[in-house]
Design a binder for this molecule. Structure first.
Ligand code: PLP
Length: 493
């Protein structure tokens, strides 16, 4: 304790006297470490010092790891900043804000081909994690009710299960752990980098609460074939009328891309057994974090147990979010971008982003040593590995390291369970990743590959993990990351 407080004291002194902002009082101001300062500081100083402290952590545009929005235009951030004080849950006090949320649900439901006559229901959330939790709970409550009616002992030792591919995002693991549900993983394989339609139904039984299809597997960007899945599920349901299976689509990234660039692809409420869908408003919904959406196809699809009533305009309004208080500014931001861009604006942004990603994929393929796993065929994601015969003495982790020298964050990571031996690297292109930047990234990649080729000494980090900044899901990645006290691996994006 003694030494610890000494160290802290000396840290305090360092932060106090070594801030050379000329002509200001900053050199006298301390950035609090573990205890509040006694005295207030002037707002401008607090601003400058915190801003400077944060400024060195890399720039968001070059962070090609994250799916999250890193750009919004000034008018969008203005209206968001101006609505930060509104509490989204106070629907009675802020009825106009509540109205904008309902409009967003209706517009997004319309994009996903919900039928208004079926009375689709939905809500904003903090992100897809909360939205998936709700989608999962919807499945669980529905199963419980049907299973009880079918005479199945829902309190037996046997746990209910959820069927999903091993490329799931970590939020599904949370859902299953929190609610004591068995996660039935359909493995990804080299020739099945999405949910395997040949085997998926083998995992289903009367304890299955539902199947989650992923529109945009976090690891690779690939889409599960939801249309095919719906066919398989329909055939199953014909034979199991008392306990039909329904599908939840985790469209965190893809559900705000597909409707614009591939409207003929059937993955949404056009399919009979798709009962709920989620997306992240802060991914390709084009809003800063954190906002997400979950929508059920009909009133019937949303179990009543999930609905709570709050007062609203002298009446009552349904709420099903898990969180209570949070700022309404993201909802306002979502409404702003939906209104500002319109369908064609969104389409153009998503298409341009795809074009840049496809250019990048073509260039990386041309380098000759990489196997392309995903070339932005569905969402603007490029994913590659080293060819078996690439004959290089460095790994993708080394390349990832080298690219950091020019500020690029391009993670390398192992594929999920059953494919852990395959290492991949991934770029998530977003609207602020322009063609100019893609050209620069290709140049930098070529330069760094050349450096690695000529290097006499390579760091030799072929085990991965140590330098990977990727923890978007999968037990393998999570388990391995737990061993490594890297601050990057702990950060979920
Ligand atoms: C990002 C992601 C999530 C989690 O979304 P958040 O909005 O970050 O909570 C869930 N599922 C998939 C497929 C994702 O890509």
């Amino acid at each position: 304790m003694e030494t610890e407080s000494k160290i802290l004291k000396s840290m305090d002194e360092k932060t106090k006297y070594l801030t050379p902002i000329f002509g200001s009082e900053a050199s006298d101001t301390q950035m609090p470490l573990d205890k509040m300062n006694e005295e207030p500081v002037e707002p401008r100083l607090a601003y400058e010092m915190i801003k400077e402290y944060l400024s060195i952590e890399g720039n968001a545009t070059q962070n090609l790891t994250t799916f999250c929005q890193t750009y919004m235009e000034p008018m969008a951030t203005k209206i968001m900043a101006e609505t930060m004080e509104k509490n989204a849950i106070d629907k009675d006090e802020y009825p106009m804000t509540a109205d904008l949320e309902n409009r967003c649900v209706a517009m997004i439901g319309n994009l996903w081909n919900a039928d208004p006559s079926e009375e689709p229901m939905g809500t904003s959330t903090v992100g897809s994690s909360e939205a998936c939790m709700l989608g999962g709970l919807g499945m669980l409550f529905r199963w419980k009710k049907l299973a009880k009616a079918a005479g199945i002992n829902i309190y037996s030792e046997r746990r209910p299960n959820l069927v999903i591919s091993s490329g799931y995002q970590v939020c599904w693991e949370k859902f299953c752990r929190y609610w004591d549900i068995e996660m039935r993983l359909v493995p990804l394989e080299k020739d099945h980098l999405s949910l395997n339609m040949d085997t998926v139904m083998d995992y289903v039984d009367e304890y299955t609460i539902g199947i989650t299809a992923i529109l945009g597997i976090t690891y690779t960007g690939k889409f599960d074939d939801v249309e095919k899945l719906d066919e398989l599920v329909e055939a199953y349901n014909q034979k199991h009328t008392d306990l039909p299976i329904r599908i939840h689509v985790d469209g965190a990234s893809g559900a705000m891309v597909a409707p614009f660039v591939d409207p003929d692809l059937k993955w949404d409420f056009r399919l009979k057994n798709v009962w709920s869908i989620n997306t992240s408003g802060h991914k390709y919904g084009l809003v800063y974090p954190g906002i997400g959406w979950v929508i059920w196809r009909s009133k019937e699809a949303l179990p009543e147990d999930l609905i709570f009533w709050v007062s609203y305009l002298g009446g009552e309004e349904a709420t099903m979010a898990i969180n209570f208080s949070r700022s309404a500014s993201q909802i306002v931001g979502q409404y702003y971008v939906l209104m500002r861009n319109g369908f064609n604006g969104y389409k153009e942004i998503q298409q341009r982003t795809l074009d840049v990603a496809r250019y990048l994929a073509a260039e990386i393929k041309d380098m000759g040593i990489f196997e392309i796993y995903e070339d932005a065929s569905n969402i603007p994601i490029v994913c590659w590995g080293l060819k078996d015969d690439a004959d290089v003495s460095w790994s993708l982790y080394d390349l990832s390291d080298r690219l950091r020298m020019s500020g690029w964050l391009v993670p390398a990571y192992p594929m999920p369970k059953d494919m852990e031996d395959t290492t991949v690297q991934r770029v998530v292109a977003r609207q602020d990743f322009s063609m100019q930047l893609a050209i620069k990234l290709v140049e930098d990649m070529k330069k760094e590959i050349n450096t690695l080729k000529n290097a006499k000494f390579v760091t030799g980090n072929t085990q991965g993990v140590i330098n990977t900044g990727f923890n978007h899901g999968g037990r393998a990645a999570v388990d391995k990351a737990a061993d490594v006290q890297s601050s990057q691996t702990k950060e979920a994006k």
